[in-house]
Structure formats: C-alpha cells, structure tokens
Write a protein that binds this ligand. Structure first.
Ligand code: NAD
Length: 258
C-alpha cells in the first residue's frame, strides 16, 4: 500500500480552497503537514489533525523571502526537513493592462511565481540528500493559455510552468521530481470573487453568473474540485509519479482542449 508516513509536506496558501484540499489529501496518506496562509488557521489545522496527521502552521507572507526561509527552519526543527513542497499560494486581480495597478502586478508576481523559486531553492538540497522529493506547482490553465484582463496572473503562471520544466531537468538524475498542475475553474474564494463581480456587473444571480463563467471557458460545465486536485497530487507523490517530470498536467474540464 502506498503511504506517505514519515514524509513531511509543506503546502503554501493552505488555509482555504485548493491548498487545504491538497493538504488534507496528503495528511490522509500519512504525511506530516506544514500549513501556510491567512484566515481561519485553527479550522484548517483541526481539519488536518482530524486525519491523525501531525500539523503545524507558519504565517509566512509568501511575498517575503526571509519569512519563507523562517518557515523552512521551523519545518526542519519540527519534522527534520521537507520532502514534498506544493507551491499553491496565489492571488488574482482582473483589469486591462493599461489600468493594472502596479502594486497588484508586483504582488501577483511575488506570490504566484517568485515564492515558488524561493521554496524550490530552499527545499532542493534536503531532497537531493535523501534522493527523494516532490515539488508540485499549482499553476493554472492560465499557465498554458491567456484570458483578457489577467495579465499578471497569466504571466506568473506561464513563468511557473517554465520554472517547473527547468527544476525537473536539473533534478532529472535524482529521485526528485517537479511538475505543474493546471486546474480550470475551482469554486474557491478566489473564483467566488470573480463570480460576484460578474453577478453585480450584469445584474444576474450568483447561480447564473457561475453558469456564465463555466459556459465561457469550461466545456464540462462543472467545477474541478480540491479533492480531485488532492488525488492528482497523491498520484504524483506515489511511485506511479516517478517518471512524470516537468509536466504541465491539465485538470480543466476540457478548457485547453479547445
Ligand atoms: P484561495 O483564495 O482559496 O486560497 C489562497 C490561499 O493563499 C489562502 O490560503 C491564502 O491565505 C493564501 N495566501 C494569499 N496571499 C498569501 C500570501 N501573501 N502569503 C501566504 N499565503 C497567501 O485560492 P484558490 O482558488 O484555492 O487558489 C489556490 C491556487 O490555485 C492559486 O495559486 C491559484 O492561482 C490556483 N488556481 C485556482 C483556480 C481556481 O479556479 N480557484 C484555478 C487554477 C489555479
């Protein structure tokens, strides 16, 4: 039976949405969990420890390299290192390029892209030493295609897919793999904000706005779920994933098949 018992997984931005779903899946497989992010930290921790896994939280702001380093120091002290890194923290802002707030551009690039560079450079030495590791970058369909109004997000996610390929190549002769997952729409707080904006702009109900969002992009007409993404991460962490390297794996209801 596949188990992650004895392994430690650090999931950035894991207090809600996709990150929390992935942390729960890794905990159910037996991994110790390092949670990160803002919001209801106690509820997130409780949902992990309910599986029997050990969990800690570090409040690193993923815009800040010094705080990211402090999170790795805590993981080292508490669990002896990090075997699995899931780079999931991310934010969104929608505006045309010429109106895009400069500070939002900087934040999106820092959180959605540069933070993964920092966690990767900090995690790799330990992973190389044990000749086993998994780095999973939660990119997006927007790492593969563009959408109007999302310049910073699309640039950051394309960059994250690029970082994934280079990391996978540099670690190719070892037991360390690096892959990206490219989800379509998942109904989380990040997407709920976009649905609310559509409902308000068009004077329609939340349900109608959800249906509009999916009909525009996602042929299945259904949201991807955090549980489905958690299971894909487990596959990448299992022996089945040993030779999956540098992939940008879409789970998008057919979005990028169009
Ligand atoms: P979410 O808003 O539910 O969760 C984001 C998480 O990141 C939260 O835990 C939040 O506290 C944390 N976070 C935000 N800013 C942070 C910072 N500066 N430092 C540390 N943590 C911070 O969003 P989500 O939809 O679950 O998104 C998670 C990831 O999945 C993001 O990278 C997003 O781009 C990606 N994604 C989401 C969708 C979707 O449809 N929801 C689709 C494709 C990709």
């Amino acid at each position: 039976m596949f188990t992650l018992q004895g392994k430690t997984a650090l999931v950035t931005g894991s207090t809600s949405g996709i990150g929390l779903g992935i942390a729960q899946a890794l905990a159910q497989a037996g991994a110790n969990i390092v949670l990160n992010g803002f919001g209801d930290i106690d509820a997130a921790l409780a949902s992990i420890t309910a599986t029997g896994a050990q969990a800690i939280h570090h409040p690193a702001d993923m815009r800040r390299p010094d705080e990211i380093a402090a999170m790795f120091t805590l993981a080292q002290e508490r669990f002896g290192g990090v075997d699995i890194v899931v780079n999931n923290a991310g934010i969104q802002h929608v505006a045309p390029v010429e109106d895009f707030p400069v500070e939002k551009w900087d934040d999106i690039l820092a959180i959605n892209l540069s933070s993964a560079f920092h966690t990767t450079r900090l995690a790799l030495p330990g992973m190389r030493a044990s000749n086993w590791g998994r780095i999973v970058n939660i990119a997006s369909v927007h790492g593969l295609v563009g959408s109007a109004g999302k310049s910073a997000y699309v640039a950051a996610k394309h960059g994250l897919v690029g970082l994934t390929k280079v990391t996978a190549l540099e670690a190719a002769g070892t037991g360390v793999t690096c892959n990206a997952i490219c989800p379509g729409f998942v109904l989380t707080p990040l997407v709920a904000a976009q649905i609310d904006a559509i409902a308000q702009r068009e004077g329609i109900t939340t349900e109608a706005a959800q249906a509009r969002l999916l009909a525009d992009k996602q042929p299945s007409g259904q949201f991807v779920t955090p549980e489905q993404l958690g299971n894909l991460v487990l596959m990448l962490c299992s022996p089945m994933g040993d030779q999956v390297r540098g992939a940008a794996w879409a789970m998008d209801g057919g979005w990028t098949a169009q």
